[in-house]
Design a protein around this ligand. Sequence first.
Ligand SMILES: Nc1ncnc2c1ncn2[C@@H]1O[C@H](COP(=O)(O)OP(=O)(O)OP(=O)(O)O)[C@@H](O)[C@H]1O
Length: 538
Amino acid sequence: MSVNDVGGRRRFEDSEYTLHIYPGSIAEGTIYCPITARKTSTAAEVIDSLINKLQLEKTKCYVLAEVKEFGGEEWILNPTDCPVQRMMLWPRMALENRISGEDYRFLLREKNLDGSIHYGSLQSWLRVTEERRRMVERGFLPQPQQKDYDDLCSLPDLNEKTLLENLRNRFKQEKIYTYVGSILIVINPFKFLPIYNPKYVKMYDNHQLGKLEPHIYAVADVAYHAMLQRRKNQCIVISGESGSGKTQSTNFLIHHLTALSQKGFASGVEQIILGAGPVLEAFGNAKTAHNNNSSRFGKFIQVNYQETGTVRGAYVEKYLLEKSRLVYQEHNERNYHVFYYLLAGASEEERSAFHLKQPEEYHYLNQMTKKPLRESWDDYCNDSEPDCFSVEGEDLKHDFERLQLAMEMVGFLPKTRRQIFSLLSAILHLGNIRYKKKTYRDDSIDICNPEILPIVSDLLEVKEEMLFEALVTRKTVTVGEKLILPYKLAEEQQSRRDLVWEIKINIAVALMANMSFILNPVCPQWEELPVCSLTVDT
Ligand SMILES: Nc1ncnc2c1ncn2[C@@H]1O[C@H](COP(=O)(O)OP(=O)(O)OP(=O)(O)O)[C@@H](O)[C@H]1O
């Protein structure tokens, strides 16, 4: 790096730096090409200068990749990223040894037509990495400054301090995966790392665990090949606290498991499992204090394979749905996303058919946010004060459209979709029912605002009298006898809570039934074929 200006802050911003870009096989004969750039120069501008300087084909699409360890992961820069700023984050040693140092550098890469990155021969890339590793081991190349262990079992001195230090060291180098024997520890980077592209799928295909840098693909790969070789079902359990990245890791696993089975309708299964994401997410995720998109349920995904390793179908099940969230949420938390999507995205016709109101008018949504009522949903968009109805960066109208599309993809007919939205609206209206004592002497309950009953009966498509009975009385069975007992005022919450939970469970069952059907198309020949399955449990 050379700085050609040493003035005040303004002038420092304008300073010029020299970037050394390695074009590799794109410009044979050029080891690196020096490009002058400023702190604010974008990757797109640097690439333009490179194209002119190296006289590259202008019709092709190029990207810059940042490498922090030769032969290691490549971080592809977006066209708007500023390479100089990235370079300024490199350690001083790396900047001082620009020419002889080989660890930190920018590479020029070509983009394929499908948007993937052209890496040239993977084998030669792997060979270089391996050779380098061997040379480091023999002492021909210096050891990395801070030695880290990719398997905690190999730590020479294993205690809490060394364990955490090792994980921290690795994380600083954006190595988010570390083994403990056959267990994989993942530290959520909260940013996208380009280590999930096809190059990595290929690289981890059929490799013994621990041979390469730890990766979630390695775990998927070991499970897949163990299933095929030993002909035994395999199970991967993902656990962690809320927001630690379980859902994201599940998606990476499913991606790799289906990529390994390229034949058959593998990609279709992946598309459905992952495509069903928006549906599961809308009905099963909510904003919590720790995670704006927290899954409030456990997920069991079973991918079934034929003996040949081809995906045969899949099975997804939700369990332990957090039912209490429907009727009560903690401070700074929300009810399930789907309610907010519906209220923001429904058309005028749907608003009137489902008797929709503003979110603040529903007890099940406004318990933690007591703010003055707004005139219309659009008012929320102009409100800069944060509240629980809007989350930064969220576009609820768009999310509702996306949900409708995803439901269509998972096989819901328009009529079923309407029924589900009608049930959701019924849940919200049920929450607004208020109770009182029937009479001064009679402790059983009555409804204060009976005008809600016709709305809910219309939405649930049940008779008003039946609904009233269900809300104020309960059935119990004693020895050989069925009793209908009135709810007492102290039990008023329970009276509608049971009904609300029942509705939500029925919606969840309908969702799962639909998904199971679409993920397991009936194919007569397959019925006779042996199957093995791989399950992912979060
Ligand atoms: N490997 C990863 N790379 C980049 N971002 C990640 C990774 N893992 C998780 N994240 C990000 O972290 C956030 C939380 O992750 P995720 O929703 O998967 O957590 P979770 O453990 O499923 O949470 P919850 O239990 O609350 O549902 C997401 O915004 C996700 O994009």
